[in-house]
Structures are given as structure tokens and as C-alpha cells.
Design a binder for this molecule. Structure first.
Ligand code: SAM
Length: 312
């Protein structure tokens, strides 16, 4: 039998012995136990390329307990021993530790801003023949990038735009590739748009295949992967949407990611987060505008980029 590394064995003591941790165990943990369990959650998250905001450590401990229970693992050391070699186990954790909630045209004011200001401005700036590049980061099951594809189609821009969508979760990307949705995903989408851009089958709606094909799906672990990555097309974006992702990550990861996303933009490119995401203006030399759709960040069109505040 494989021996558990000494460090992993010492963490076992922080969790109830002889069985996996469950929700009620987490509720009964003392502050010190929770701290240790939270540190363990952080270690597991590190191994799968995730970071976890301090406020979500308790939820992460419960999530770890659920995976252990499903897998019949009694000790954290067994889990740590398996996680590097077992891709399915990693994916199970990713799906337990992340939140995949999304819907079409989420944050309607932001889509208005994209349609009325950002797309026209970027179309003017891009040379004819050079595609306008959009990246939906943390795309979950695909509603966000397909909303962008629909918006571009409605504005006759489809042929000028390339849309990349990425997520850390294999399951999310496979759902996005299916491009088929129920009523809940379309709660912000009117009947006219449903008829025009979806194929309906009973209570299910499939994104029109010609629109779905406009979105390229790719797996990216934000915070762990090196960015920009021009060799795989992850650079020179006119617009990046990274909404409702950073709110779940720890402060150090947010700092690192903000700098990476800044350098993934073309000069004059825009970055949008969600109103509930942490502010990014101090981490990279963004030009920040506060709009009715929330904060929007931009890489300056020209001139020297002012140094950002280095503090995490
Ligand atoms: C709440 S959903 C947001 C979906 C969409 N952006 C929206 O605003 O509706 C968050 C998504 O971010 C993904 N995610 C979380 N951490 C990530 C990371 N480090 N790298 C890439 N994707 C991540 C999750 O898998 C999940 O699908």
C-alpha cells in the first residue's frame, strides 16, 4: 500500500477520524479546526489549479467531504495520494468547488454597453480584414459566449468577430459544446430572439448551429495557466468578459490574473467583470470607467501605461 506523505498525515488529524468529512461535521468544527481544514482545502485547490476565496473555505471543506464520501475515501491522505494521477477525481473537485450559475444575457446593461459602445468602437479601430476578438473567460455552460455570438449576429457583425470561450471545468465545456438549454437559461431572452437564434425541441432550445460554430471552446485554468498564450490564440483580445469568476478566487490570484488579462488585451481593448467581482484597477494600469453597467477596464489606446499599485 502506498504510504501517505508525512505532511498529508498530519492534516488528517484536523478532520474527524475514520470517515470522510460531511456538512454537519463542518458545522461542528471549532475555529481552529476550520482553519486547518480550510488550509487543507487550499492545498487541494492548488493541486487542481484553483484558488479559493477566504469566504468560501467552509463551503470547500464540505465539498471535499462530499467527494470523499462518494469515492469511499476515509482519509485525506488517501485523497492527496490519488489526486495528481486521477484526472476524473480532479474534475470532480473542480465541479464541487466551482459555481456554474449563468444564463443568457446575464447583466443586460453590460450587453447594452457592448452593443452600443464597445463593438462599434472596436470595429472602427480594427483594420478591415482583421477580426475583432472576444474572450469569454469562465464561460460555464456557454450561455455567455453564445449571447455574444447572438448579439454580433443581430448587428451583422458575425463575419468580423472571433469568439473564444474557456472554463476550468471539463463538464462545463462539454455542456457548452452541446449548446442546448432549458427555460431557466433563457429567463432573460425574449420570444423573438428565441425564435430567431434557437432551434426549439419541446422544452429545450439549441443555439443555431451556424452561431454555435462561431464560438471556440478551450480549457483554461485561470491563475494556474500562463497567459497571454499567443501560440494557442489566447492573446490580442478586443474584449474580455471575466464575470462572476474572480469573486470566488483568493486575493493573490485576483492580483495575478488582473495583470495577465491586461496583457491579453490589444491596446484599446476592454475588460468587463461583474458588479460583484473585486475591483481590478489597482492591479494593472487599466483606464477604469464607472458606467451604468458597472466598472469597465480598458488598456490605453496609446501612450505610457501608468504603473499599477503592486500591493496584492
Ligand atoms: C458563476 S460561473 C460564471 C459564468 C459566466 N461568466 C456568467 O457570468 O454568467 C463561474 C465559472 O467560472 C469557472 N471558473 C472558476 N474558477 C476558474 C478558474 N480558475 N479558471 C477558469 N474558470 C474558472 C467555473 O468553472 C464556472 O463555470
Amino acid at each position: 500500500m502506498r504510504r501517505a506523505p508525512a505532511k498529508a498525515r498530519s492534516t488528517r488529524a484536523s478532520l474527524p477520524p475514520s470517515r470522510s468529512v460531511k456538512d454537519e461535521d463542518v458545522e461542528n468544527m471549532s475555529g481552529a479546526m476550520l482553519l486547518q481544514a480550510g488550509a487543507l482545502a487550499g492545498r487541494i485547490a492548488d493541486r487542481i489549479g484553483l484558488s479559493i476565496a477566504a469566504s468560501r473555505k467552509e463551503a470547500a471543506v464540505s465539498a471535499i467531504g462530499r467527494v470523499m464520501a462518494r469515492r469511499g475515501l476515509n482519509h485525506v491522505s488517501d485523497l492527496l495520494g490519488q489526486i495528481d494521477a486521477d484526472e476524473d477525481l480532479k474534475e470532480e473537485f473542480i465541479d464541487e468547488l466551482t459555481v456554474g450559475e449563468t444564463h443568457f444575457f446575464r447583466g443586460a446593461a453590460q450587453f447594452d454597453l457592448i452593443r452600443d459602445t464597445i463593438l462599434p468602437e472596436r470595429c472602427r479601430s480594427r483594420l478591415i480584414g482583421s477580426p475583432l476578438r472576444i474572450w469569454s473567460l469562465g464561460c460555464a455552460s456557454g450561455e455567455e459566449p453564445y449571447s455574444l455570438a447572438i448579439l454580433c449576429e443581430a448587428d451583422n457583425l458575425s463575419s468580423r468577430v472571433e469568439i473564444t470561450a474557456s472554463d476550468i471545468s471539463r463538464k462545463a465545456l462539454s455542456d457548452a459544446a452541446e449548446a442546448e438549454y432549458g427555460e431557466w437559461s433563457l429567463r432573460n431572452t425574449g420570444e423573438c430572439w428565441r425564435q430567431r437564434y434557437f432551434l426549439r425541441s419541446g422544452s429545450r432550445y439549441r443555439v443555431r448551429p451556424d452561431l454555435a460554430r462561431r464560438v471556440t471552446l478551450t480549457k483554461v485554468a485561470l491563475g494556474a495557466d500562463v497567459l497571454p498564450a499567443p501560440q494557442i490564440g489566447l492573446a490580442d483580445f478586443d474584449l474580455i468578459l471575466c464575470r462572476n469568476v474572480l469573486v470566488y478566487l483568493d486575493a493573490a490570484a485576483v492580483h495575478r490574473i488582473a495583470r495577465q488579462l491586461f496583457t491579453c488585451l490589444v491596446k484599446g481593448g476592454w475588460l468587463m467583470t461583474a458588479p460583484t467581482d473585486p475591483p481590478l484597477w489597482k492591479y494593472a494600469p487599466f483606464e477604469t470607467s464607472i458606467t451604468s453597467a458597472g466598472a469597465v477596464y480598458r488598456r490605453a489606446v496609446s501612450g505610457r501605461e501608468r504603473p499599477a499599485d503592486d500591493r496584492p
